[in-house]
Design a protein around this ligand. Structure first.
Ligand code: B12
Ligand code: SF4
Ligand code: SF4
Length: 235
């Protein structure tokens, strides 16, 4: 117990907003490199920057995306070092860009899988992980370990209900509107090719950026709106 509390505190005092532990033993061994546990780490987007991307990506959002990726990288390495010092094995993953199959837009072990197993949230109609405190306005990374950390309660079903805000807001019509549940493959309710094409076009036209960044669905989600409103009211 003390190990997980110490690790959580270290990561949160260094910028993490969410830290959770997942029991991965039901996943195939080859995708989790035989490690039984995953640590999900989330960093929330700045609420002011999220407000700016309602119509599409901005330079500020791109800088925030890069800042959070760097931060997630250092949090992952910090967690792995901490566990190794206690005698465990650990492997930190990159936030993005490592091990992607660019034909199918998939990775072997997506961060969202670890996040739902840790009980962070569910997969929304927009195919993003939606959390109650931050909506989908949270970026993720993963650390695999053999430390038997106390696992969170997995979430297996969507809590989007009848909401269709992201479906209506997406200029690429990537989400179909179908609700996710455990076992439903991404491509059955979301078109990653249309998303990528639209996001790259918007990033180029609006901010002269040659990357896949957009985030209209992030800003539109009522859970994100709730987070942004709450945070800005307290400033
Ligand atoms: C490839 C990729 C893309 C592709 C495909 C997107 C997609 N949804 O798959 C493209 C280029 C389109 C893309 C676009 C974007 N991306 Co992207 N992308 C990735 C990447 C590198 C891999 C994702 C992947 O493997 N997808 C394959 C499918 C199969 O999985 P999945 O949808 O990720 O998740 C499925 C599983 O997790 C499964 N699942 C959930 N729980 C469980 C439990 C069990 C037991 C099992 C078996 C399965 C399972 O359900 C999900 C739906 O089927 C991840 C980083 C990473 N390494 O994970 C970032 C990531 C998904 N992207 C992210 C973001 C933010 C974006 C963009 C908003 C761009 C931007 N930054 O502005 C858009 C939004 C797209 C969208 N609405 O989904 C974030 C999402 C954060 C969040 N809150 O969810 C991630 C996690 C990066 C990060 N480090 O935070 N991306
Ligand atoms: S990132 Fe943009 S294009 Fe992709 S699903 Fe969200 S709103 Fe649609
Ligand atoms: S906008 Fe609505 S449907 Fe889309 S992810 Fe958020 S709650 Fe779910």
């Amino acid at each position: 117990m003390a190990l997980s509390t110490d690790l959580s505190e270290i990561l949160k005092s260094n910028g993490a907003n969410m830290v959770g532990f997942a029991d991965l033993r039901k996943l195939p061994e080859n995708i989790r490199d035989v490690f039984p546990r995953g640590i999900s780490i989330g960093v929330a987007l700045d609420p002011g920057i999220v407000l700016g991307i309602k119509e599409g990506p901005t330079r500020e959002y791109y800088e925030e995306y890069r800042r959070i990726n760097r931060l997630l990288g250092s949090l992952g390495r910090r967690a792995a070092r901490f566990l190794e010092k206690q005698g465990f094995s650990a492997k930190a993953y990159a936030a993005t860009s490592v091990g992607i199959d660019f034909k199918t837009h998939t990775t072997r072990l997506p961060h969202k899988t670890i996040a739902t197993r840790a009980g962070f949230g569910w997969i929304g109609k927009c195919a993003l992980l939606v959390t109650e405190p931050f909506g989908p306005a949270v970026r993720l990374t993963t650390v695999l370990t053999d430390a038997e950390l106390p696992a969170g309660k997995p979430i297996d079903k969507s809590r989007c209900g009848d909401c269709t805000v992201c479906v209506d807001a997406c200029p690429g019509h990537a989400p179909s509107g179908r609700n996710w549940e455990l076992g439903l493959y991404r491509d059955s309710f979301f078109n990653p090719y249309d998303c990528r094409k639209t996001a790259r076009k918007l990033a180029r036209e609006r901010a002269d950026i040659r990357e896949t960044i957009c985030g209209i669905c992030i800003a539109a989600c009522p859970w994100t709106q709730k987070y942004v409103k709450k945070r800005l009211e307290h400033e």
